[in-house]
Design a protein around this ligand. Sequence first.
Ligand code: TRP
Length: 453
Amino acid sequence: MKHQNSKGRALFRTRFGAVAATVGSAVGLGNIWRFPYEAGTHGGGAFLVCCLIFTFLLGIPVVCAEFIIGRGARSNAITAFDRLSHGARFWSVAGYLSVIGSILILGFYSVVAGWTAEYFFESLTGQLNLSSQQEFHAHFAEFCEGNWRPALWTLLFLAVNFAVLMRGVAKGIERISNILMPVLFVILLVFCVNSLTLEGASRGLRFLFKPDWSQLNAGTILAALGQSFFSLSLGIGCMITYASYFSDKANLVQNATVTAVLDSLVALLAGVIIFPAVFTFGVSPEAGPTLVFEVLPSIFAQLPGGMLWSILFFFLLTIASLTSTISMSEISIAFLTDHYKMKRTAATCLNTGIALVLGIACALSFGVLSDFTIAGKTLFNLLDYVASNIIMPLGGVLISVFVGWVIQRKYATDQLTNHGTLRSALAPVVLFSLRWIAPVAILLVFLRSIGLL
Ligand code: TRP
């Protein structure tokens, strides 16, 4: 079976595989860990509505823009900007921004991924057999401050990530996504059914679905834009890289829509799983980042078959994280193999090596390095802030301006319609948004978030 195009570029083998990998990138800790706690602290329904509006109005067009750049240039993000701008210096900066940003994200993301793997392991071996929320709180704090265990799990997680990436695009990334994504959806559905039978289900669902507009403020809107972009892996060249492996026949608008719909669905399902449980057991939905590590396990402990739920939940989080870290790593691996003609193994080693150094430093920033702060932020928070709040929105603006204004409209339309062989009513809408709506909206929200507006 051929999984290269005529120029020797690796390709995903099947349509299903391409979509599974893309959805695998999008669905991750952002949906299952971050969305519920952000929704919890930003008032539930109002936050959800903002996220959905951003995802459909700005998210889908920007995913399409990255697809146009990636499949058009058939290369990593840096070379792609370079090729399509005919070597304009300024635009390769956008490419470098994405490669650097993706490594920073990989650094802190693999720490949380490591936590989920540790919790999966602890559920399996019965060490998570605690009962009250206070006990879980103490347990999580002790684990995070314990230095060597979080560092070890970051390392183990990156080792698995490495093992998949080494095998390449079709045999590594595509194959694992084909298996893990269906498993992920099945587990989510099992949890939903259970959650809906809880006594607090209706209160939980009301919190999630009934917007309380009095909660709407600039902070909520900003958080929602950040969430939508993070969740769709946008603004950082991830979708550019994956699209460079799409076939010439792939329908870009359709792939973007399917990705956005499934990504939103997983976040919704995560909310449907978590909020009924939270309301049933009378805990506050505003717990923040520890919601999933302290509140949920204490709830599982009270359900019949508690440990089993815990095992299943942390397995779900671990696989969701893995398909995401794979996509983050591929951004720089594609760059190293295309640009420097490095062997895939060497590029994967380099990527993993840098991620390890950053990851372990971030893991320790909850322990020995907790007093080491830059601009008042620990390393973990600093990487998260710089990548999620600065590089990603900036990348989003640059990518939409690039496709909306810099490359020719015909080029973009040709990519979206596969040179006129596909009909797409959405293509003109997407291009309109990329010209007039996306860059302005993202820029405004970004300037506001860094305090310039
Ligand atoms: N979208 C993923 C999530 O929701 C995170 C992610 C995967 C990501 N690849 C990325 C974020 C690339 C930024 C860049 O968890």
